[in-house]
Structures are given as C-alpha cells and as structure tokens.
Design a binder for this molecule. Structure first.
Ligand code: FPP
Length: 261
C-alpha cells in the first residue's frame, strides 16, 4: 500500500528559483537604532552589529548569484544625526574594509561606492578608495555602497551635467531622453544593471527615503519586519522568494512579458 507523503501546510518548503535571481538587489538597511534600543544598548551598537550583517548578506547575495548589491549606508540627510553617531557611521567603512577585504577578494566581489564621496572625512575617503582599488580586478558581484547619497541630489547633479552640455552646444534639448538621464546618474557605470530589480527595506517602514528615485521606477518593493541587525541569509532568501512571487509587468500585460521595458 502506498501512502502519498503529505507535508502539513505550515511546513511547505518554498525553494528559491535559482534561474530567477534578481540581478540588482538594493537594500535600505533600517532598524539598527531600534534593535539597539530594544536591548538597552547605545544606537552605535546597532550600527556595529549592522556592519557585521553587511558581511553576512554580501556573502549570501554573492552565493545566490546576485550581480549587484546596492546598500544604503549613509544618506545626504544622515548628517542631521547627533555628531557622535555620524562620526561612528563614518568610521564603519574603514572597520568593514579592514576586516573584510580578504574575504571580498576570496569571493571575487568588487567594491564600488556612489555618493558625494568628496564630502566624507579624509580617512573614510582613503578606506573607500583603497577597497575599490584592491577589489577592482574582481569579476563577480558588485558590492555598491551608497555613501552620502541622495536620490534628489543625484538627479539635480545629473540635470546640471546635461544642462552644461546643452549650454556648451554639445547637445540639443530635444536630444534629452531617458537614456541620457540614466547615463547622467551615479548608477551609470552599472550599465544594464543600473536599475534595481528589487528594493528590500527592513524594520517595517514602507518608504523610499530618497533612495534611487529614478532607478526604482519599476522595482519590486519588499518590506520586511526584521531589523537590519537581525537579517541573515535565510531572511534574504525570504525576501527573494517574495520577489519571485511577484509578476513584473513593466506597465504592460502579464501575458506580454517579452515587451518588458
Ligand atoms: C538606519 O537605521 C541605518 C543607518 C542610517 C546606517 C546603516 C549602516 C549600516 C547598517 C552599517 C554600514 C556598514 C558599512 C560597511 C558602511 P537607523 O539608525 O535609522 O535605525 P532606527 O530607524 O531604528 O533608528
């Protein structure tokens, strides 16, 4: 007699489809402060723990075959935070790269940074520059930190570049199109992967907070309740499973997916 093996509903194991891993995953790493507060720890402990989680998630995303992982590490608005918190956040790239570059190299991960880097403290700029140089030959996942980045500021800078080209007679206003605008933004070096396929935001907040405003026109949004310091490879997989359950239509119809973009 044969018995059909049945799994109870709450134990159904959903497997991630490795053929549909998003190329570009962008993450708003939120909730470090709340995680720390819930443990009676100073906010900077949350950021310290958050930095360790960046290592875990980088490794997990690279193992899954993500091509670009963009992490919102510091926004142009984060300068408004208390001075000691800002100063700790500015030390994090150095701490991260000091301990993690060998592993990034071992995993063939290439570091990039986008944002107004020239406004960062000199030692932060030096750490970032060194990590970019040390990993420049790597051909695997791009780990792209948004540091002193703001979506509106980026669009303003891009418009200024385009306007200067028009003023110099190198371009006619009617030449300006979506492609030209994309190329004027800080993600232009990511080429075909410039626009995130999915945005993940942790800690229950559901807003964009000035992140990749132009690039996320068609991104799927996945909001998780976990605070960033609680994230791990399994939670990343959960977010990607949610992404894979969505039907991206890019303004078209579901059955007409070949028309996408
Ligand atoms: C938002 O949480 C988090 C930040 C502003 C900083 C994020 C930085 C890291 C996770 C570490 C970065 C690591 C490197 C390598 C640069 P929040 O402080 O706003 O949390 P809250 O909303 O609970 O207060």
């Amino acid at each position: 007699m044969f018995f059909k093996k049945r799994q109870p509903k709450n134990q159904i194991q959903l497997e991630i489809d490795m053929t549909r891993i998003p190329n570009h995953v962008a993450i708003i790493m939120d909730g470090n402060g709340r995680w720390a507060k819930a443990r009676n720890l100073p906010r900077i402990s949350g950021h310290q723990r958050g930095m360790e989680v960046v290592k875990t998630i980088t490794k997990a995303a690279s193992d899954l075959g993500v091509k670009v992982l963009t992490l919102y590490a510091f926004s142009t608005e984060n300068w408004k935070r208390p001075e000691d918190e800002v100063s700790f956040l500015m030390k994090l790239p150095g701490k991260f790269f000091d301990t993690f570059v060998p592993e990034l190299i071992a995993n063939n991960v290439q570091v990039r940074v986008m944002g107004y880097v020239e406004q960062l403290p000199k030692d932060t700029q030096a750490s970032v520059k060194a990590a970019i140089e040390q990993t420049a030959q790597n051909t695997g996942m791009i780990l792209n930190f948004a540091l002193n980045y703001g979506g509106r500021a980026e669009i303003v800078s891009g418009v200024q570049t385009i306007a200067a080209a028009v003023a110099a007679g190198q371009m006619h206003p009617s030449d300006i199109n979506e492609e030209i605008i994309s190329q004027s933004l800080m993600t232009s070096s990511l080429g075909e992967y410039a626009d995130p396929d999915v945005l993940i935001r942790t800690s229950g907040e559901e807003r964009l907070s000035n992140f990749l405003l132009w690039q996320m026109a068609y991104s799927e949004m996945v909001f998780l309740d976990e605070h960033w310091p609680e994230m791990d490879g399994e939670a990343l997989k959960k977010a990607l499973l949610i992404y894979q359950s969505r039907h991206r239509r890019f303004g078209g119809l579901a059955e007409n997916m070949s028309d996408k973009k």
